[in-house]
Write a protein that binds this ligand. Structure first.
Ligand code: B3K
Ligand code: ZN
Length: 869
């Protein structure tokens, strides 16, 4: 396969602009007619042709200024249409036909169930009509949607301006969006939905109609999403002074969707998973995610839509920033600590892994084959961490000034990450030049901590702390430079006293590490000091801090920063697991259990922190602090540790469990913390057969999905008959609801059982399963590949082969989803050689497959090429 990568350095401004786009779309499952009228103007003096992108379109007619264009004036390429006109300005009318029903890639215009909907970001608009499909061409859109009257609701961006009948059987609605936008924000939805309506009055008194469209019969499950939207609108006014700018804001929930949601101007399209929620069917995590995704898409209205990206290499300009904004919102709506822990888990489980793989890229990538492959944890989540560092360095007020300046300079423009940095620079005296390297350098920096103790001439005890940074080479960059790293730090002794440094390098609890290393000293008599480093995960880095168990427990007891306290326990657990890996069968010493018991006692009343501290690091997180991993050995060590944990702490765990009141259900932070802690504890107790009854009892009594699912997850550790019985009961109850059934699919797919492939095959044949639905595929195949580590990595190669066989079929249907699920297979670098050989064998099969999509090709070919370095 020969595919051309695009490079950031090759950016050229568009040769033409398109001031207005008038679309007239007559919907039909196999013959949708799209008439596009474009006001074209040449940019500057040149005689290059107008080159439009197109993909899978049937071209019916072209007219320039009202005259049909004869063939000598245009060239139809594989994916382009070039118009040779000497005119500097002209009206171009292009008529094309498309077949939404046959569109299974879910990009462009497609049918989700019975509803028409679109997904254009990144480059899907070219599957609807010929256009300059790039984000720096901004146009004002007027869209007329025509359909059979059996399809009652016809939606597009902006405000409705006209509607009426066409003959006896058809009707139309015309929409106008006054805000110039790139084509990736175009949207159209047509179908028959239940509609929830509400309104919101902005701080300047403008009334906005809010409309939420859901599948028939699901109205009550949309209430929480609509309430979340209003909270997000208010928050953006309060925190950033940003108001909504159209008369109407619409959200449509659809069942077939490649990702979470899409911020199309005034008409968001959502995966129904991130809209529908009620007590019976949604967990606390689901509620959290609904609120957070609703907010994320809403916040894009300013960070993404009003100010958009010049080119797709700048994606983090809108995504990193918008993720940071949604994280801040969620922290304000729920709790700062549990949010921070969530983000850090994502960074450690997924982003660090990406940076260690052949897909390593800076938050602003340099080279891309398939843009959809770059909607990554690096661009999104590491991107948000970089924005968070601006926020940390500038402080909330400085950050706000920078944001105000950004909008003042760039409202209505398509800009770059450098433009953002420059706006931030205008709001601070700090020199951000070195900081900007976070945009160009990939890889996870490692901060090493060294602690030396000396006596000086006066017999004072001097502690010297040295922080060094080092970023290991990545697949895309061999040379690394020093980054500008804000490192939150506390120096405490074993009674919890805090110390300041002699050089005053610690300012407001933070040092700046901007050279390969830096040192400071602390004087302390008769005290043993512990450096508490990277509070609140103040930078996306790994820390190597050689602390003994006593120091880790001191941090847990006394550090001011609750994130550090949680992290100290994670490090402690990681150490214990390592100890068992090195000496299988060994018992963790009693003083560690005693330390954990004290920690539990100390936090009895802080169920939020306690719940998080009782979670043992995931297999995926453990992988990031290891190399040459033998999966079975690591999994066994992790399991052995968890078993010992349950045995050693049984009484304490039981006490926590029994002390948590089964108060009546509500979705409040306190209640969420209680359920979370209770279910974490239950999962530990499940390892002891005597507590099986508690699991069944919780399953029987649960009046909400969090507790039901908590019981089911715990049952994964019980004997298989109990698990099977509860799973069967769950299926009988939820058979009608595929979104809920996804949880059941995922639980089955992550079982460590000999019959796992028979199970997965059975799941794929389930009446509610369809390969064409990304949610189902992610639940079954995605869960297996990402989270069933023992079976996926089985040393007979069966897991890798199973996933590959499936991907070969899926790729022909939906390349975007296939390219996501191939990720674990491409991340072979950390694993022992026997794993690597088998993984690469399957990557080779994929690479040799005729007709492989460029999505999967890019990831697989990079992964195999990395090998040859
Ligand atoms: N901007 C979209 C993601 C589009 C992904 C295209 N493959 C959703 C979001 O980040 O809000
Ligand atoms: Zn986004």
């Amino acid at each position: 396969m020969s595919v051309q990568a695009k490079r950031r350095a090759d950016y050229q401004p568009p040769a033409f602009s398109i001031a207005t786009v008038d679309l007239h779309i007559t919907l039909h499952p196999t013959e949708t007619k799209v008439v596009s009228t474009l006001a074209i103007a040449r940019n500057g003096a040149h005689n290059a042709p107008l080159v439009l992108d197109g993909d899978g379109l049937e071209l019916n007619a072209i007219a320039v200024n009202g005259e049909a264009l004869s063939e000598e004036f245009y060239t139809l390429g594989d994916n382009t249409l070039s118009i040779n006109s000497e005119l500097d300005t002209f009206e171009l009318v292009i008529t094309t036909t498309i077949a939404p029903e046959h569109n299974k890639a879910l990009e462009g215009l497609y049918l989700s169930g019975g509803a028409y909907c679109t997904q254009c970001e990144a480059e899907g608009f070219r599957r609807i009509t010929y256009f300059m499909d790039r984000p720096d061409v901004l146009s004002v859109y007027t869209v007329t949607v025509v359909a059979d009257k059996s399809i009652p609701m016809l939606l597009a961006n902006g405000n409705p301006v006209d509607k009426g009948d066409i003959g006896a059987s058809s009707h139309f609605v015309k929409w106008h969006d006054p805000h110039p936008k790139p084509c990736y924000l175009f949207a159209l939805v047509a179908g028959d939905f239940d509609l929830l309506t509400d309104s919101y009055t902005t701080s300047s008194g403008k009334e906005v109609a809010l409309e939420l469209y859901v599948d028939k019969g699901k109205k009550s499950q949309g209430v929480f999403a609509l309430e979340s939207l209003k909270r997000a609108m208010k928050w953006d006014e309060d925190v950033f002074g940003l108001e909504y700018d159209l008369d109407i804001y619409m959200i449509v929930a659809v069942d077939f969707f490649n990702m979470g949601a899409m911020e199309n101007k005034g008409l968001n399209v959502f995966n129904s998973k991130f809209v529908l929620a009620d007590q019976e069917s949604a967990t606390d995590d689901d509620f959290f995610n609904v609120e957070s995704v609703i907010a994320h898409e809403y916040f894009h209205n300013w960070t993404g839509n009003r100010v958009t990206c010049r080119d797709w290499f700048q994606l983090s300009l809108k995504e990193g920033l918008t993720v940071f904004r949604d994280q801040q919102f969620s922290a304000d709506m729920t709790s700062a600590l549990s949010n921070r822990i969530k983000h850090v888990r994502v960074m450690r489980e997924h982003q660090f892994a990406e940076d260690a793989s052949a897909m390593s890229h800076p938050i602003r990538p340099e080279e891309v084959i398939e843009m959809n492959n770059f909607y990554t944890v690096t661009v999104y989540d590491k991107g948000a961490e970089v924005i968070r560092m601006f926020h940390t360095l500038l402080g909330p007020d400085g950050f706000r000034r920078g944001m105000d300046e950004y909008f003042k300079r760039h409202d209505g423009q398509a800009v770059t990450c450098d433009d953002f940095i420059s706006a931030m620079q205008s709001a601070t005296d700090l020199d951000l030049t070195q900081f900007a390297r976070w945009y160009s350098q990939s890889g996870t920096p490692v901060i090493s901590v060294e602690h030396k103790i000396q006596n000086d001439d006066n017999d004072d005890v001097i502690h010297t702390f040295t922080l060094s940074q080092h970023t290991p080479a990545t697949s895309d960059q061999s040379e690394k430079e020093s980054l500008y790293i804000p490192v939150n730090i506390e120096i405490i002794d074993d009674e919890g006293n805090t110390y300041t440094d002699n050089e005053s390098m610690i300012q407001n609890g933070m040092v700046i590490l901007n050279a390969p290393s830096m040192s400071f000293t602390v004087n302390a008599e008769n005290a043993s000091l512990t450096p508490v480093v990277l509070g609140n995960f103040s930078a996306p880095a790994k820390v190597e801090n050689p602390l003994d168990t006593a120091s880790l427990l001191t941090i847990f007891k006394y550090a001011k920063d609750p994130f550090n306290r949680w992290d100290a326990m994670q490090t402690l657990y990681d150490r214990c697991i390592k100890q068992i890996e090195d000496a299988p069968g060994c018992a963790i010493s009693n003083d560690i259990w005693e330390g954990i018991k004290q920690a539990i006692a100390q936090e009895q009343s802080n169920l939020e922190l306690l719940g998080e501290c009782l979670v043992t690091p995931s297999f995926e997180t453990l992988c990031q602090s290891r190399s040459n991993i033998n999966v079975s050995a690591l999994s066994k060590a992790r399991k052995a540790f968890c078993d010992q944990f349950a045995q050693a702490l049984e009484q304490e765990l039981l006490q926590v469990f029994n002390n948590i009141d089964a108060a009546s259900y509500s979705y409040t932070q306190d209640a969420v913390n209680q359920r979370r802690c209770k279910n974490v504890v239950l999962a530990h107790l499940a390892r002891l057969p005597q507590h099986e009854g508690a699991i069944v009892a919780q399953f029987d009594a649960a009046d909400n999905m969090t507790d039901t699912l908590g019981a089911l997850r715990s049952a994964q550790h019980c004997n298989s008959a109990t698990f099977d019985t509860l799973m069967a009961r769950f299926e009988a109850t939820w058979n009608h609801d595929p979104l809920v059934l996804d949880k059941w699919f995922a639980l089955h797919a992550t079982q460590n059982r000999d019959d796992i492939f028979a199970t997965i095959t059975m799941l794929c044949e389930h009446p509610q399963f369809a390969m064409s639905n990304p949610n189902r595929v992610r639940s079954v195949i995605g869960s297996f590949a990402f989270y069933n580590s023992e079976r996926f990595h089985a040393l007979d190669g069966s897991g890798y082969k199973f996933v590959t066989d499936y991907l070969l079929k899926l790729d022909a249907v939906n390349p975007q989803v296939a390219a996501r699920i191939v990720t674990p297979l491409t991340q072979w670098q950390g694993f022992a050689n026997e794993h690597q050989v088998l993984m690469k064998q399957q990557l080779g099969r994929l690479l040799n497959h005729k007709g492989l999509s460029k999505d999967v090709f890019e990831k697989v070919s990079k992964s195999l090429a990395y090998d040859k370095h």
